[in-house]
Design a protein around this ligand. Structure first.
Ligand SMILES: Cc1cc2nc3c(=O)[nH]c(=O)nc-3n(C[C@H](O)[C@H](O)[C@H](O)COP(=O)(O)O)c2cc1C
Length: 162
């Protein structure tokens, strides 16, 4: 039976969205974009995000359209902000982790991905089936397609390392 995959991501400036779309095409997955109730666009949005990250405040997110319990695996993507996962993704995981059968993580932002993945696994209460840290260097290098292919293979055949 084919593996049913849901890709859940948050993005501020669109980079994580690009990787999410690419993964969705490769995996034949459904996609859920996590949205904050308060707009985080522009300079003031970035300052507010930074302040909330510093204060570790849980974000107020819109209700998702997809039910994660209907999927074999939920692939969660986030930008790295101040060495952490984004607050909307923290809020999503906190609210819906009891519905995840299995998880994999990806992030966009080079520094802090290991720490963010560790934290995401802790909040989920589950080790990820696979992880993909995508820095700008990876994104614009020849490694990009290869890393995406390795990650999707790990998700589909279960050979990925946490
Ligand atoms: C307030 C703030 C803090 C950031 N902190 C980090 C960081 O710690 N490590 C990193 O690699 N990138 C950091 N970045 C860069 C973002 O991770 C990067 O721009 C990412 O691609 C944004 O993803 P998005 O386009 O999906 O929103 C930071 C950006 C902002 C605005």
């Amino acid at each position: 039976m084919p593996c049913k995959v849901l890709i859940v991501y948050y993005t501020r400036t669109g980079n994580t969205a690009k990787v999410a779309q690419e993964l969705a095409t490769e995996l034949g997955a459904d996609v859920e974009r996590v949205e904050e109730k308060r707009d985080k666009a522009g300079l003031m949005g970035a300052i507010r995000s930074g302040k909330n990250l510093f204060l570790n405040k849980l974000a107020d997110i819109e209700s998702p359209k997809k039910d994660p319990s209907q999927y074999d695996i939920v692939v969660i993507g986030t930008p790295i902000l101040l060495n952490q996962m984004s607050l909307p993704i923290r809020a999503y995981i906190t609210r819906f982790k009891h519905k995840f059968k299995s998880v994999a993580f990806f992030c966009v932002g080079g520094l802090g991905s290991k720490k963010a993945f560790k934290d995401m696994a802790y909040v989920c209460g589950k080790a990820p089936k696979a992880t993909l840290g995508m820095s700008y260097l990876t994104y614009y290098s020849g490694q990009y397609k290869k890393r995406i292919a390795e990650f999707t293979k790990s998700i589909l055949d279960g050979s990925g390392q946490p």
